[in-house]
Ligand binder design. Sequence first.
Ligand SMILES: *Cc1c(COP(=O)(O)O)cnc(C)c1O
Length: 388
Amino acid sequence: MNQEFSKMIVRMIDLKREYELVRQDIERALRICFEHQRWILGEEVGQLEQTVANYLSIGHGVGTSSGTEALVLALRALAIARNGREFFEKDDEIITASFTFTATGDAILRSGATPVFVDIDPCTYTIDPQQIEDYLASSTKKRVVGIVPVHLYGQPCDMEAIMKIARAHDLFVVEDAAQAMGARWNGRRVGAWGTMGALSFFPTKNLGGYGDGGMVVTDDSVLAKMVRALLQHGGEDKYNAEHIGYNARLDTLQAAILLAKFSYLEERNEQRRKIAQLYSDQLNLIAGLTLPFSPPPAQHVYNQYTVRLDPGLRDKFQEYLKERDIETTIYYKKPLHAMKLFDHSITYGDLKQTEAAASSIVNIPLNPFLTENEIAYVIETIRQFFKG
Ligand SMILES: *Cc1c(COP(=O)(O)O)cnc(C)c1O
């Protein structure tokens, strides 16, 4: 193999490289915080909320301590505002995908409701709207209250189909947009389609902080106000609690860092899409390798570049790349319905596509800081694997 490819490690994510590029912006932003010393809900939090709301063209952003808390707070606010109860009840059902990160289902349980897992579309790995329809039509005594679609890997769900179903059945929609900040469906950014949206600023996300952080977004000012109350002990101020609240504020320091990094988000997402296109062009003709599928009106932001291969080859593929210093990951090997936590949740149908995806997908390195050389090396190594 080419000499220039020797001694390199191709990483899934490279925060140190990014830091070198944004160091001055970050240091300036932090210095301002050290001078003002307003650590709890300092002005940076409000500035970030406004910036993100403008970016999504939505009325309100409310910073939270993580993406998980954003989901919980959104669902709790809906339970209070729509049902007049602190929590949902066990027989309130919320439809979501099983092929997602634990937090999606966990947040539904924490809101008091029961998750209903329906199958995904095998091409996009996102929730299949037809399965939602089929579940809603399938039996008589159901109490579905909402849908939590997950924009997995940065790939937007079919939001028009989902919103149409939600309107027809009077359901709320809370978008889990943790992996998809900036992605669009038919021009409109994800997070801005549903009743509410949840974003995550976990370091590996497209806009990542230097620690945990998240945001709830919504056009509904009553729900925004409720989330704001819940994240600071459940009252208009913390000495007048009305609801069972949390301490789940977004940290001022994280907000300052995220504001500094926000200026680069579009550029970085563009770079992710460019690298994805390169991979897709160059790996296109390999028999036995399935590439991401994201036709318009989806605009994918590639938090992950996910390929699929024969389950019997997956370990060998990962091993082959690892021996050649190329990192890979699998999100997710175990779907939620297979976890003990969800033993009492509902699964609709056999979830065949979910199981198939979980046993055959691999994420290969895609981050905006990969060099041309690294990208070429990944492509060449994958070609070699399938030749051998
Ligand atoms: C990251 C993630 C979350 C949770 O976000 P945190 O900020 O880590 O709490 C929720 N859902 C999905 C799909 C995620 O990828």
